[in-house]
Design a protein around this ligand. Sequence first.
Ligand code: CTP
Ligand code: MG
Length: 228
Amino acid sequence: MKCGVLIPAAGQGKRMGLGFNKQFFHLNGKPILIHTLERFYHKPWIDEIILVVNPSEKELVQQLLREYHISVDAIVDGGAERQESIDHGLAFLHSEWVMVHDGARPFLKEQHIKNLIDKLQIFDAVVLGVPIKDTVKVIDESGIIINTPDRKSLWAIQTPQAFRLSILKEAYKKAKADLFIGTDDASLVERLGVKVHVLEGDYQNIKITTPEDLLIAKAISDQWSEEN
Ligand code: CTP
Ligand code: MG
């Protein structure tokens, strides 16, 4: 069974406010994006890696790949939205299965990648997630609570999100036709009526998004480097 990985890394990191793409920030001496790529590079269960980058950062990324001895199968120009970046990357995949994984999620454990691949033997769509810890409220525009969904059924969904490639392509085609923009890939696939299964991952697999995430990321990174 062939499985490729598609890594969107073409964002600007606006919420992080560093003034540059957060994925070039160093953790434990290496850019975040390199940590992420190392989760997949040279692993027997991954057949191809497609990396999507901002065209203005392509040279820098190529330089980093050389420096850290990583090679990918294609470096694709990203778009203005994450969804557009993924859409560009999909055209370069050849495997039967694809995992989409954010460039800004460097703490993905190997076991979880393997667990997802195992599940692809039985399901067409499977994503990682964790039960949420906070109570979530639905509020109106004036900040007043409308209701409190039962926490038991609420999960925070992460990446990787893994799909049969033909299904993900169809989902992207339909989203484009309907002018639908989702915040993850699963939401596009759900619109096809395909069942998306959730597999429990872990709380360390954070997406580095805002400045406080960097504090957490440094702590996780220190723990990982002690273990290896
Ligand atoms: N991404 C992308 N193309 C875009 C926007 C985002 O490939 N046009 C990628 C990011 O590089 C990141 C992942 O999608 O790895 C998740 O996006 P997010 O955390 O929102 O990153 P940014 O868009 O860079 O951050 P922000 O929204 O704060 O600007
Ligand atoms: Mg973004």
